[in-house]
Design a protein around this ligand. Structure first.
Ligand SMILES: NC(=O)c1ccc[n+]([C@@H]2O[C@H](COP(=O)([O-])OP(=O)(O)OC[C@H]3O[C@@H](n4cnc5c(N)ncnc54)[C@H](OP(=O)(O)O)[C@@H]3O)[C@@H](O)[C@H]2O)c1
Length: 302
């Protein structure tokens, strides 16, 4: 049976995915957005209500959820700086695990479903692309925190959906740089960049992911889903495609190996997802790089 939940609480609604979710769900759902800021960045507040909320504050989470009584909570809020997580593991676990515990507890109180965003960093990147049932083995603190958040849901007894994604990018107001916006800025300023050619994965347009998540809500799907762009590529090849697409200087892009970059967190090298389950069950076809960059370019007015 097709069911459409009426009230959706989106945590991290000012982040990249959060903003896209508000955009795609507004026409069909009543949206309650929460984030750390005292006021909202959204000027049009039709079908949208904003509340400041830190998901690590147990009492506030419980109280707000009790008052709103959402049908669904989509948790996009997270500490997403993977190198920062190595430096500050306590902060990482407080947000990515403690925050999820608080939301699950509050959701249980009102009978809400939780949709939790997770990552390909739960895998070690030895044998991608991965299916949902492959065994996780995170290499770093961020991946461990995301895997722990998945376990909390799986052991909670509430209804839940876990959505693993990767290399999220897109154009949105005031969000931190993602791979595409960072690269475009560097190349526009004529700066040389070194991009790894030994990390494989599927770049994912946040708008495309948000539309697929909407399908999850409309169809009331539970369990674990892998969701990403349909094209698996190395970061280096992705960078060249971006440069060509936006007519930027490809000669500034030089290949490098992950080992040479001195990054704090280990990266899964052979990552990527198999989309069979998500595409088959949701009736959503994920975009390739070219299609995604076209969407982004039109939003940027290019
Ligand atoms: N980005 C990727 O490549 C990627 C890949 C795989 C999975 N994911 C997952 O996908 C989800 C969305 O990612 P994204 O790139 O859209 O993230 P994002 O742009 O960093 O957005 C996260 C939002 O959550 C807010 N936030 C942080 N801590 C919070 C707290 N304690 N309470 C309430 N809000 C808090 C952030 O505020 P501040 O900006 O003020 O901190 C930000 O507005 C995350 O769960 C992430 O782990 C992302």
């Amino acid at each position: 049976m097709i069911s459409s939940p009426e009230k959706v609480l989106i945590t991290g609604c000012h982040g990249l995915l959060g903003q896209k979710l508000v955009g795609v769900l507004k026409a069909t759902h009543r949206i309650y957005g929460v984030d750390l800021g005292t006021s909202t960045i959204f000027s049009d507040q039709t079908s949208f209500h904003y509340f400041p909320l830190d998901i690590t504050e147990e009492k506030s989470v419980k109280e707000l959820v009790r008052v709103i009584k959402p049908d669904v909570i989509i948790n996009t809020a997270a500490y997403t700086d993977v190198d920062g997580c190595e430096k500050s593991p306590e902060l990482c676990f407080r947000v990515n695990v403690g925050g999820v515990k608080n939301l699950v507890q509050a959701a249980r109180g009102v009978g809400a479903r939780v949709v939790q965003l997770s990552s390909d960093y739960v895998f070690d990147g030895k044998r991608g692309p991965y299916r949902e049932e492959d065994t996780p083995n995170p290499l770093g603190v961020y991946g461990k925190s995301k895997l722990k958040s998945e376990k909390i849901l799986q052991e909670s007894g509430i209804s839940y959906t876990i959505i693993r994604t990767m290399i999220l990018y897109g154009w949105a107001k005031g969000v931190r740089a993602n791979f595409v916006t960072w690269l475009m800025d560097r190349l526009k300023y004529g700066e040389m960049v070194r991009i790894v050619d030994d990390q494989e994965g599927n770049p994912t347009l946040a708008d495309d992911l948000a539309r697929a998540i909407k399908r999850v809500l409309i169809l009331g799907r539970s369990g674990v889903y892998h969701m990403c762009g349909r094209e698996r590529t190395s970061r280096y090849r992705f960078a060249l495609k971006i440069a060509r697409f936006f007519s930027l200087d490809c000669a500034l892009i030089h290949p490098a190996k992950t080992d040479e970059l001195d990054q704090k967190a280990k990266r899964p090298l052979k990552s990527g997802f198999i989309l069979k389950k998500a595409e088959g069950e949701l009736g959503h076809k994920f975009m390739n790089v070219e299609e995604s960059l076209k969407v982004m370019a039109s939003q940027m007015g290019c």
